[in-house]
Design a binder for this molecule. Sequence first.
Ligand code: NI
Length: 170
Amino acid sequence: MKIHEVVKWPEPVLARVGESVTVFDAALKQLVDEMFDSMYAAQGIGLAAPQISLSKRICVIDVSFKKNPEEKIVLINPEIIDRKGKQVEEEGCLSLPEIREKVARAEWVKVRAQDASGAWFELEGEELLSRAIQHEIDHLDGVLFIDRLSRLKRDLVIRKMKKLIKNGEW
Ligand code: NI
């Protein structure tokens, strides 16, 4: 089992648009397994490849955190094809430790993606799963949840992170 290091803001890979996956081989399946292990090791419910310094359109989600194997989701080259409603809840990110802010998201989304074998499928999610899907797909586009805050809130968070970095606490 390989645990990948999760990089933090302001690592440039987090701001880059990930490349589409074109090869669906054994190495990809292994990477997906390693992403789940790395996500669980970091106590997260979602992880995107750019967070382990890999600029590719792959993310894993498990909002049950190991409790329900059926909730383990792999999204490769995902695309949100429909969205409805609005929810505003507190959100965090493994790449932004200690930062939690309320973020507006769609209440329900439908996503189209490929699995680790390359097969296309569609998935619907609401509430927390919808939030996780939107958050992780944002990572594949180089977007962090703080980019969805008001300018003022975002500036405050950035100031806080810079202070943590300066104090060697990041
Ligand atoms: Ni995140």
